[in-house]
Design a protein around this ligand. Sequence first.
Ligand SMILES: NC(=O)c1ccc[n+]([C@@H]2O[C@H](COP(=O)([O-])OP(=O)(O)OC[C@H]3O[C@@H](n4cnc5c(N)ncnc54)[C@H](OP(=O)(O)O)[C@@H]3O)[C@@H](O)[C@H]2O)c1
Length: 317
Amino acid sequence: MTQEMTSAAASGTWTLGDLRVHRIGFGAMRLPQDGTAFDPDAPPGDRDRAIAVLRRALELGVNHIDTAAFYFSRLRSANELINRALAPYPDDLVIATKVGPGRDASGAWLPHATPDLLRGQVEENLRQLGRDHLDLVNLRIVGTDSIAERFGALAELREAGLIRHLGLSNVQPHQLAEARAIAPVVCVQNPYGLGVRPEQEEFVRSCGEQGVAFVPFYSIAGAGREAGVRAQAGAAAGAQAGQGTDAAVLSVAQAHGASPAQVRLAWTLHLGEHVLAIPGTGNPDHLAANVAAGALRLSEDEMRLLDTAHRSAGPTG
Ligand SMILES: NC(=O)c1ccc[n+]([C@@H]2O[C@H](COP(=O)([O-])OP(=O)(O)OC[C@H]3O[C@@H](n4cnc5c(N)ncnc54)[C@H](OP(=O)(O)O)[C@@H]3O)[C@@H](O)[C@H]2O)c1
């Protein structure tokens, strides 16, 4: 498929609260390092390349970027790169960040933030991005416990004008319901993709019914998280496996002259208008391919084939 100049507008739009975004966005987690995110030994990513990718993303119509203050390597941070590349920010750009997890200056993970610390994390994002308010803040949680206290703390910051909209990450349906009783939730950001957490299928649908965007991550990388390798080596993997999601993805990809990664992204976008993609890459060619995936239209037969492969994948961690 042609991809050189395809705009993210081809993926359609969704409104996060009152902020309209194209459904193909961009995830910044991959930019600070060359290699595995959060690996203390990963070499820093190339600054000029990261800045060029961010600027190119906007040229290609991307207006939804996902980031976090805890996305940093020894010498680079995602927020600093975004600030350097894109400030002064265009009016239509939505920068979504997330709080909850934290890392100390050595990069070591801290216990998840208590309500008191959440304000500091919000302010850290404001400082790094150079903004007076954040467009969208996701409360990223671990576990199934009540999130009422922490979400309540963020709701207060929203009332105070530091945050425009709130979302949740890594949550279950009961936690979404709990949060929505406290303040509006515009999105849920969970790991999901073809063959990744098929058990969440009903949750994806129900988010749409509630007017909440579903924003999957790892939809290219998959359960292996670093398996962009899989996306690139889709042909070999599919041929070897001869079954499962790789084989189904490969056959659809070949029919469209597309890459397996593009089919994986397109499949998520076909799940509903409320599904937004935030593929992560530091590679300009992959960026263009990911944006172009928003223009890929899958037939009902192709969706049936991919859905079947997805459901047969079984629960993934
Ligand atoms: N809420 C959370 O807890 C959470 C957790 C993880 C991630 N996230 C967010 O979600 C975003 C996406 O997650 P992710 O980056 O881990 O996973 P992803 O987008 O599913 O996959 C990224 C991997 O796929 C490769 N890739 C990207 N586009 C490709 C293409 N067109 N062809 C072949 N390979 C391609 C990348 O390598 P190259 O750089 O070589 O392209 C990278 O290895 C992150 O950037 C982050 O903003 C949120």
